[in-house]
Design a binder for this molecule. Structure first.
Ligand code: COI
Length: 354
């Protein structure tokens, strides 16, 4: 096997670790000491480098700022009992990054560069991984167009960055979500299945309106007369109806969540029956009325599983009872966390340890 060479490291002069209050973490507030940076030009990725986390230089004309060639991943690393770090599902995240890059006419990032970049960066900043239950080191790989011109074109130059930071559990309390019947996150033939920056920026407005109405997030739908449910905020979405876990099938308007895939695998292991099928919003109201809607939850890297306590469907609001520790969403959260932290066997080969 060809070994990827050690990536050159410029160490930070003094670590910022002591400035972080690990008991008061906020998602996205703290960045670890180092980041990986790699440039693409002349149709090739150049030698990567690990450098102190800090500002980057680019021209105001950098194409990403104008025409939106900017994509990212969200991943996590955890501290194991023996002090090593585990990085969750590198290959699966890389696969999705490749699909996103292809959709946005951006060059593929070689797997070796992605994997070794992650391993060497996280090994270097391993002291930044928090150990408290529910917390983790969030990893943000990012690729964006840097070519310096504002002509409308596919960029010939890019920057690939991996940065990391310690994060607490994503949602401290269950979410109130509103079925969206006016605004769309994704459309047929669009970029909804890609993890590109514009999908997130485009979602802010509807989310802001929902917040003004007392909700935390929107439940995105296909805006058809049946309002088929697609995603919850920035997450995939699951319901427990009767004895089955039900989730919308993947499509060109739904992001293929790595956590979604992991949860489906874990449902199989826990003997929970799953149905992937279209879910009209009215079905949620009916299931609530007949007492079979037992749970609703989002899944995503940041949150793992995020319980939903209320669903607004037009004028009606479904209030769901508090979830006990036996609820499916809580069992799945524990099963995932146990694997991620090395407390349960990694039978699927999801972890890379460094
Ligand atoms: C994640 O769940 O990791 C995401 O990428 C969604 C969000 C934090 C942007």
């Amino acid at each position: 096997m060809i070994q990827f060479p050690p990536i050159p490291v410029e160490h930070c002069v003094s670590s910022r670790l002591a400035e972080v209050d690990f008991n008061q973490l906020e998602f996205g507030k703290y960045m670890s000491d180092h980041m990986l940076v790699c440039h693409y030009s002349g149709k090739e990725w150049k030698t990567p480098a690990i450098v102190p986390y800090g500002p980057i230089t680019m021209q105001p004309t950098a194409l990403a700022l104008h025409y939106g060639q900017s994509v990212f991943e969200g991943m996590k690393a955890f501290k194991l009992a023996d002090g090593r770090a585990s990085i969750f599902r590198i290959r699966k995240h890389w696969d999705r990054l490749q699909r996103t890059l292809a959709r946005m006419c951006m060059p593929p990032v070689p797997f070796d560069l992605f994997e070794e970049g992650l391993k060497q960066l996280i090994a270097l900043d391993r002291n930044w991984i928090p150990s408290a239950e529910g917390s983790s080191l969030y990893i943000r790989p990012l690729v964006f167009a840097t070519e310096d011109r504002f002509g409308v074109k596919v960029s010939d130059e890019y920057m690939f960055i991996i940065m990391t930071g310690p994060v607490p559990p994503f949602y401290p309390r269950p979410l109130r979500v509103k079925v969206e019947d006016t605004y769309s996150r994704a459309c047929k033939g669009g970029t909804g299945a890609a993890k590109c920056a514009g999908n997130y920026g485009g979602a802010f407005y509807a989310t802001q309106l929902a917040r003004e109405q007392g909700f935390d997030q929107v439940l995105w739908t296909d805006l058809s007369p049946e309002l088929h449910i697609e995603e919850s905020g920035t997450m995939n979405v699951f319901f427990v109806i009767g004895d089955k876990v039900v989730t919308p099938p993947l499509s060109e308007t739904i992001l293929e969540g790595v956590t979604r895939d992991s949860v489906l695998t874990l449902c199989g292991k826990l003997g929970i029956e799953v149905e992937q099928r279209p879910i009209p919003a009215m079905e949620l109201l009916r299931a609530h009325r007949d007492g079979t809607l037992r749970e609703a939850f989002g899944t995503g890297t940041a949150a793992v599983t995020a319980p939903i306590c209320a669903i607004g469907v037009r004028e009606a609001t479904i209030e769901l009872p508090d979830y006990s520790e036996d609820a499916v969403c809580k069992r799945l959260f524990r099963a995932m966390s146990d694997i991620q932290r090395g407390k349960a066997p990694d039978t699927e080969g999801w972890l890379t340890t460094v």
